[in-house]
Ligand binder design. Structure first.
Ligand SMILES: [Zn+2]
Ligand SMILES: [Zn+2]
Length: 164
């Protein structure tokens, strides 16, 4: 480069102009590509980070039954769900009060896990689908001796007709 600049003639300066233009062009296209990759990378990472933020692997289940149903004299439920972020235990969407969905809607905690014995799945209310790769601390279900529907003594005789 220095040698070329030291002998400026018409051909050389034209060559230089071309070279500079090439560098500028390729530089710009590289730069744009870099930006695109950076945006995609940030988007992918932020989605992943967001997903991670919605799960707190160290959170503990709030109890053996739906927080709201247990607090209500007439509360009963079919199945239990566990919030993957704070551990809130709420009743499922088939239950009369749907406290797990309500918890997700009011807190913005979108991921739940089943809290039923033998069930091992996670659901994301935002994505409206099952998700994988989430681990939470045990217990992963309510005790086997707790009936479903439950709690015992609070379930009306016509409970099946009251399911959603
Ligand atoms: Zn409930
Ligand atoms: Zn929660």
């Amino acid at each position: 480069m220095v040698a070329v600049i030291a002998t400026p003639d018409r051909e050389t300066s034209e060559f230089m102009a071309e070279a500079v233009r090439d560098v500028t062009l390729s530089g710009r296209s590289c730069w744009s590509l870099g930006i695109i990759f950076a945006i995609e990378d940030t988007k992918g990472n932020s989605e992943m980070r967001k997903g991670m933020r919605e799960v707190n692997p160290a959170s503990k289940p709030s109890g053996d039954g739906c927080v709201e149903c247990l607090a209500s004299p007439k509360g009963w439920l079919f199945h239990l769900r566990r919030c993957a972020k704070c551990g809130h235990i709420g009743c499922c969407d088939s239950s009369p009060s749907q406290h797990a969905s309500k918890h997700a809607a009011t807190t913005g905690h979108p991921i739940i896990a089943s809290f039923e014995p033998g069930e091992d799945w996670f659901y994301d209310y935002e994505k409206r689908g099952m998700i994988k790769g989430v681990e939470l601390l045990p217990p992963h279900s309510h005790p086997d001796d707790q009936p479903s529907p439950g709690p015992a003594g609070k379930v009306p005789a016509n409970w099946e007709s009251l399911l959603h």
